[in-house]
Write a protein that binds this ligand. Structure first.
Ligand SMILES: *Cc1c(COP(=O)(O)O)cnc(C)c1O
Length: 430
């Protein structure tokens, strides 16, 4: 159907990675997150063929905040990628899944001391420092253990990824990363270089998310390469590692662009090589951190349609049994999604309708104005490309239990995360 990843129509019904979606909805109930292990593994393998196998001394880590479960950690590990974590909770999950700590990268713009302690104790491969506060805390933690902790600095390159306008001087308004302004740069560099228990490895940047053109990545890279040259000149320090972040776009709507990984990494690697040739520096070890790109199109969400409310001359609201607690993205940043009625896959569109979530918020609208075959109560609605930042951002607003996650693969299915129960909802209450 319209080239949606993993979707086929068989006998008027939608199939995903070989599984009948109506059957899955009946078996597991709705709302239901369905993740295709085939697509996740394909994406990991594309990262390998287009990046890690293609260049010497590079690495790819999955940004697990996009979708983290024990099951997912094991899949990522078996595909040979590393993983990035941004909190004590994500670190805990990765370690519980048996993920090798040396392949973890620890991020976050406001890490707590307890989080930094567990990161150091568990032996995570790299910690990406985001402030002087963290440098000082990490030095104390490492000194107390008489260990060396390897750190990178996250920097704010000052590239506006939404409009592709460059902010070249000052006023770099971001809570992420250390500012590169010359008035404070020395303070940051001295802090890390003068910390006897910190091993400074290099720099990290992440320009933003769901970016479909490489312009902002390349602009940010240019700024960070200048920083690498300055660091060599001012401190005699060679940058050994360079982490380019993630942000590669996926398709939410059938006509969305599909830039792929090569579009970003090939010109960036070329630019780094040229820089090293021109300056006589050794190639740094380059890491990328795709999150959404690995899981976004690997997931869909199934809902049961309940109420259908036609406001004559205005709009038809089609109510479903989930909404903003299982997918906050439309309410949070006006994200657009595409959907189909799984049991009416062969039928042509009949109505333009609006898919409404069940929460007590007028903003709880999953999709505004989508053409669907005539919807009826009891139909199963499939919303596509929900694999990233849906399950991981889910809440219990209105006391809605969070949906189950089912992993499908070539016609087989297994429960990966069970549905929350009403008892679960009260389990922390005294
Ligand atoms: C969120 C994030 C990523 C992944 O972003 P995607 O858009 O999901 O690829 C990578 N690195 C860092 C530091 C992030 O915060």
């Amino acid at each position: 159907m319209n080239g949606i990843n993993g979707i086929e129509v068989r006998n008027g019904g939608l199939y995903f990675d070989g599984n009948d979606l109506v059957g899955l909805a009946k078996y597991y109930g709705t709302p239901l997150y369905v993740m295709s292990e085939t697509i996740i593994r394909d994406r990991c393998r594309m990262i390998k063929s287009e990046f890690t196998d293609k260049y010497p001394d590079v690495a790819a880590v999955f940004a697990s905040k996009a979708f983290q479960t024990l099951d997912m950690c094991r899949i990522v590990q078996s595909e040979g990628l590393g993983m990035d974590v941004v909190s004590g909770g994500e670190l805990y999950c990765a370690l519980k899944a048996g993920f090798p700590p040396e392949r973890l990268v620890f991020h976050g713009n406001s890490k707590t001391v307890a989080e930094m302690e567990s990161a150091v104790e568990s032996g995570v491969g790299r910690i990406v420092a985001d402030s002087l506060y963290e440098i000082h805390a990490l030095e104390r933690i490492a000194a107390a253990r008489n260990e060396t902790v390897r750190v990178l600095y996250r920097v704010t390159p000052g590239v506006d990824s939404h409009t592709h306008r460059f902010i070249s001087t000052g006023g770099l308004d971001s809570k992420f990363g250390i500012p590169l302004d010359r008035s404070v740069r020395d303070l940051y560099m001295r802090a890390v270089l003068d910390s006897p228990h910190l091993g400074f490895m290099g720099f990290h940047f992440h320009v933003g998310s769901q970016i479909s053109k490489n312009i902002s990545h390349l602009a940010a890279l240019g700024i960070v390469l200048d920083l690498i040259a300055d660091t060599k000149r001012d401190y005699g320090v060679e940058t050994r590692e360079l982490n380019l972040g993630g942000g590669f776009a996926v398709r939410y709507l059938p006509d969305d662009p599909d830039p792929g990984v090569t579009h970003f990494v090939a010109p960036m690697m070329e630019k780094i090589k040229r820089f090293c040739a021109d300056t006589g520096m050794a190639m740094p070890r380059v890491t990328i951190e795709p999150g959404r790109w690995i899981v976004g199109e690997a997931g869909l969400t199934l809902y049961t349609i309940g109420s259908i409310k036609e406001i004559p001359g205005i709009r038809t609201y089609v109510g479903v049994d989930g909404g903003m607690p299982d997918n906050i993205r439309p309410a949070l940043y006006d994200a657009k999604y595409f959907a189909a009625i799984a049991n009416k896959a062969g039928l042509p569109p009949a109505d333009i309708v609006t898919i409404a979530g069940k929460c007590c918020e007028s903003g709880d609208i999953l999709i505004r104005d989508i053409a669907l075959p005539k919807p009826e109560s009891g139909d199963i609605l499939s919303v596509f490309s929900t694999g990233a930042y849906n399950h991981s951002m889910a809440s219990n607003y209105n006391r809605l239990p969070r949906p189950a996650v089912v992993m499908v693969r070539e016609g087989t299915h297994r429960l990966s995360v069970r549905r929350e129960s009403y008892e679960d909802l009260l389990s922390r209450e005294l």
